[in-house]
Design a protein around this ligand. Sequence first.
Ligand code: HEC
Length: 139
Amino acid sequence: MSKAFTGGFLVLILGLLASCQSEEEIKRQKYFVEGLRLYTQHCANCHQPDGKGLEALYPPLNGSDYLVNKEKVICLIRYGMSGPIEVNGRRFNRPMPANNQLTDIDVAAITTFIYNKWGNEKTITDVRATTRVLDKCRK
Ligand code: HEC
């Protein structure tokens, strides 16, 4: 193989990788923007636009140690939750209403938004993964 050919081939591969990456990035941004819109509409009243929650009434999502269990989070977004919980060492105990009107795609977008914004993730929680989790907790 000539050097020029090898070089051209490398450039081609790198180009393909770059375009592939930016497609992923575009998809992530779509999920994020849609997630932000839905969060603002369905969640921000209680958890606040900055995700820091409200006093002892509504727990924070921003910096919440509860986010380590993403499956639980996906389920409670759709089905709500009740009973005492602990977030960052503070107790909360007030029911969160269900959001049965949210589709699996909506839940995936909100989850992506929360974990990208406040959970250090840079990847999407796609709709297939979300549906798999929701199937387990479907009520
Ligand atoms: C009516 C107020 C209200 C709304 C609206 C609401 N939540 Fe909650 N949320 C709560 C309360 C209260 C709790 C604590 C539940 C408990 O004590 O069992 C909670 C708990 C949580 C938790 C787990 C604890 C934590 O802080 O990490 C997450 C995650 C969460 N909510 C996300 C959401 C998302 C996403 C939405 C929008 C789809 C939403 N909530 C809408 C009141 C609300």
